[in-house]
Write a protein that binds this ligand. Structure first.
Ligand SMILES: NC(=O)c1ccc[n+]([C@@H]2O[C@H](COP(=O)([O-])OP(=O)(O)OC[C@H]3O[C@@H](n4cnc5c(N)ncnc54)[C@H](OP(=O)(O)O)[C@@H]3O)[C@@H](O)[C@H]2O)c1
Length: 231
């Protein structure tokens, strides 16, 4: 069975994607910081008969990242790495004139540095897979200038650029930066607590990721809305 490492998989988009991959027979290595929530999610997925290894920890911790890749190696390797865990930098989001620099550093550390570090750790297994794939979860804040989304958006823009260069440097892999669009999740509520407009569920966005895995287009940046057209 193919093996996926998904960071930030205890809830939201990560959990929804994990569920869809489990239903397709993937084995999974899942991470999040809050162990109880992660365990609950993992237990829910095991009903599919999939092998699920839950490794609680913070993606910024080098020992934790090694643990994720070692867990995947024990399952057979790494066919897919999804960098989904993310930090906002300020909750709620604030304008740049108020953005705490520590918050910006944290967003860069979680969203960019840790994502690259995990790629580096997993690369030998991804290259050996034959269908090695890296997905970095982006945001339209990486490409558009929205008030208060500057720090987070800058980190996602940096992540997009790393993904684009990685795609050039690793022609044997597929590297997709995917903008899922707005979703009703804890992250969105923490970013903009006063926004009560309805948002799509994470589950409704997952078919965009499955389409990429089915069709395996060239490495590049993709948006969920266009991937979902006609589905
Ligand atoms: N929601 C949106 O509207 C939206 C729009 C565009 C892009 N995105 C992107 O979509 C992705 C998923 O976000 P979501 O909305 O699904 O968020 P979510 O529901 O809040 O889930 C975030 C997940 O990441 C984990 N996590 C956070 N920081 C972590 C860390 N340092 N180390 C390990 N795990 C960590 C969380 O668990 P713990 O807190 O227990 O660690 C949780 O499992 C993110 O990359 C986000 O930037 C979201």
């Amino acid at each position: 069975m193919p093996v996926a490492i998904i960071t930030g998989a205890s809830k939201g988009l990560g959990r929804a994607l994990a569920g869809a991959l489990a239903a397709r027979g993937w084995d999974l290595v899942l991470d999040a910081r809050t162990a109880e929530v992660l365990q609950e999610t993992a237990a829910g997925l095991a009903v599919h008969g999939t092998r699920v290894t839950a490794v609680a920890g913070d993606v910024t911790d080098a020992g934790h990242r090694s643990g994720l890749v070692a867990a995947a190696w024990r399952l057979s390797g790494v066919d897919l790495l999804v960098s989904n865990a993310s930090a906002l930098g300020a909750e709620p989001l604030v304008r740049l004139d108020e953005l705490p620099l520590e918050g910006l550093r944290r967003a860069l550390e979680v969203n960019v540095v840790a994502a690259l570090a995990l790629v580096q750790e997993a690369l030998p297994l991804l290259r050996a897979s034959g269908t090695g794939t890296v997905i970095t979860v982006s945001s339209d804040a990486a490409a558009e200038a929205y008030e208060t989304w500057g720090g987070y958006g800058a980190s996602k823009a940096a992540l997009d650029h790393l993904a684009a260069v990685l795609g050039e440097e690793e022609p044997g892999l597929r590297v997709w930066a995917v903008d899922p669009g707005d979703m009703a999740t804890d992250l969105y509520a923490a970013a903009v607590p006063d926004d009560e407009d309805p948002r799509p569920t994470p589950a409704s966005v997952v078919p965009a990721f499955l389409r990429l895995l089915d069709e395996r287009p060239a490495s590049g940046r993709y948006g969920a809305p266009s991937l979902l057209e006609g589905r």
